[in-house]
Design a protein around this ligand. Structure first.
Ligand SMILES: [Cu+2]
Length: 182
């Protein structure tokens, strides 16, 4: 009877595909980013051993909330932590993670984001992000807003967050390898 075998094979292939899909988001950013990516000079900032790249957000309405995303690379040999952030564009900024609750993903505030030495920590849609609550102004596509990050050891640094379209899933140049974003 070839049928049950075939079914088992399809099931195994499905499990494998799910495994790959789960692993893919954990790849270091450098592997997911096409070479020659256009990046404004101010898009990379540094605080001590922490290098911050690709700060971006999505268009959002005044009074609402918005999420900011970026990559934190700890180039040092000791652990650090992101403790918080502030921006004049919002009343409050919280550190959020996404946790599965049954069939839905929910945001959960956390006190800090761990930055292990020698590693990239990527804040992105569906994962860790900086939640800007009570936007004092609308976030308009093409605009930038200052965001000051506070680290336990590296101190503070202000980055310029580039506002993308409301439904953006990344910086526009990332579309090169993953499909058109505009
Ligand atoms: Cu959130």
């Amino acid at each position: 009877m070839p049928r049950p075998n075939r079914r088992a094979f399809i099931r195994a292939a499905g499990v494998l595909a799910t495994g790959v899909a789960l692993l893919a988001p954990r790849l270091p950013l450098a592997q997911g980013m096409p070479p020659g990516m256009a990046m404004p000079a101010e898009a990379e900032a540094r605080a001590g051993a922490i290098v911050i790249t690709q700060p971006w957000s999505r268009a959002a309405m005044r009074g609402g909330s918005g999420a900011a995303f970026l990559t934190l690379r700890n180039t040092g040999t000791t652990a650090d932590r992101l403790l918080g952030a502030t921006t004049p564009a919002a009343g409050k900024v919280e550190l959020h993670s996404m946790v599965r609750d049954g069939d839905v993903m929910r945001m959960r505030e956390q006190p800090a984001i761990d930055l292990p030495p020698g590693q990239d920590v990527v804040l992105r849609p569906g994962g860790l992000h900086l939640m800007m609550l009570g936007l004092a102004q609308p976030l308009e596509r093409g605009a930038t807003l200052p965001l000051t990050l506070r680290f336990e050891h590296a101190g503070e640094v202000t980055v310029q967050v580039a506002v993308q379209a409301a439904g953006a899933s990344g910086m526009p140049a990332m579309g090169g390898a993953r499909g058109h974003m505009h």
